[in-house]
Design a protein around this ligand. Structure first.
Ligand code: ADP
Ligand code: MG
Length: 301
């Protein structure tokens, strides 16, 4: 098969591993820096241009779209979709997962456990917002944050109000969330490929931060998921329409609570820590599914 990896970082661990495994299995692979790809939008012409030439047709694409390039990257993915090219993540699903408000609504509707979450815009009903989120300490996070940037822990109502007001004046959409104390500083990342969890790691912050993102200095350790956690991860992936993704969960007294579903999860820590060959699983998934007609997205959000 001809496979394209859409990645602005050809040297990234995940990109390199996907390329390596695809080649090993006899496929032709090309890494495309989607930020340099462009296209003439005209009827009956869905070509994608790259370095002054039309790109050939691919059997499958693997979008690895960075948060900061969501709009542009998904527009390029859409262009490939218009050609009928198989994609491991649809442009619709990537966009859905990047908006936290929308993602939580979709997860809640599917019956996936999430922390108590409140969306608000004005501070007029401030006390009610704090109560709905379970009182302080509480978490306030911007709708489009990533790597732990944009997630704030407010210890007191005063601090919470000040943070919310700061976001209001800047016009930033945010959500207010119950602080899951039981697992402060840790979370679980389950990598799902084709409806199965293929690797899972527990991430913990090393410096006492409540955020466990490895970008915030968190460290990954292998973890064995409970049956409920496994099912939750698979259900969250399905709800979001992402057959290949990283599901972040927190362990709480009322079971696993999903924090987010990542459409371009890194496979680095999971592969290095668990010794599982995740890249191979992804290529196998493509081999098994690329020939089928893409399923229609029926999530409706
Ligand atoms: N409600 C919460 N309770 C406790 N810790 C949280 C909560 N939400 C987020 N965190 C911590 O902050 C980290 C980043 O939050 P997350 O929602 O995943 O945002 P990002 O997209 O920036 O990674 C999580 O991995 C977790 O460690
Ligand atoms: Mg996260």
């Amino acid at each position: 098969m001809k496979i394209a990896i859409l990645s602005n970082g050809p040297g990234n661990y995940t990109t390199k591993r996907l390329k390596e495994e695809a080649k090993k299995r006899g496929h032709e692979v090309k890494v495309i820096k989607y930020k340099d790809a462009y296209t003439a939008v005209e009827s009956n012409n869905n070509t994608v241009r790259y370095k002054g030439e039309n790109l050939e047709r691919f059997d499958a694409i693997i979008p690895r779209i960075a948060q900061s390039y969501t709009k542009y990257g998904t527009a390029i993915v859409r262009q490939f979709e218009a050609q009928g090219t198989f994609t491991t993540a649809s442009s619709l699903a990537i966009n859905r997962s990047r908006d936290k408000l929308r993602a939580y609504q979709v997860l809640a509707k599917a019956g996936v456990g999430i922390p108590k979450t409140v969306f608000a815009r004005e501070s007029a009903s401030f006390e009610d917002i704090v109560n709905l989120a379970g009182g302080t300490p509480l978490i306030i996070k911007v709708a489009r944050g990533t790597h732990g940037n944009g997630v704030v822990l407010a210890e007191t109502p005063k601090a919470a109000k000040a943070v919310m007001q700061a976001f209001y004046v800047e016009g930033v959409n945010f959500l207010v969330q119950e602080f899951v104390k039981e697992s402060a500083g840790t979370d679980i990342r389950a990598l799902v490929v084709g409806g199965r969890v293929v690797a899972s790691v527990k991430r913990q912050s090393l410096d006492g931060d409540f955020r466990s993102n490895t970008h915030q200095g968190g460290e990954g350790v292998a973890v064995k998921l409970t049956e409920v956690e496994r099912k939750t991860a698979v259900k969250a992936a399905k709800a979001m329409g992402l057959p290949i993704c990283g599901v972040d969960m927190m362990r709480s007294e009322r079971g696993p609570l999903v924090l987010e579903v990542n459409s371009s999860a890194s496979i680095k820590t999971p592969e290095l820590i668990t010794n599982r060959n995740v890249a191979e699983k992804i290529i196998e998934y493509i081999e098994q599914n690329a020939k089928r007609r893409p399923k229609k997205d029926k999530i409706g959000a």
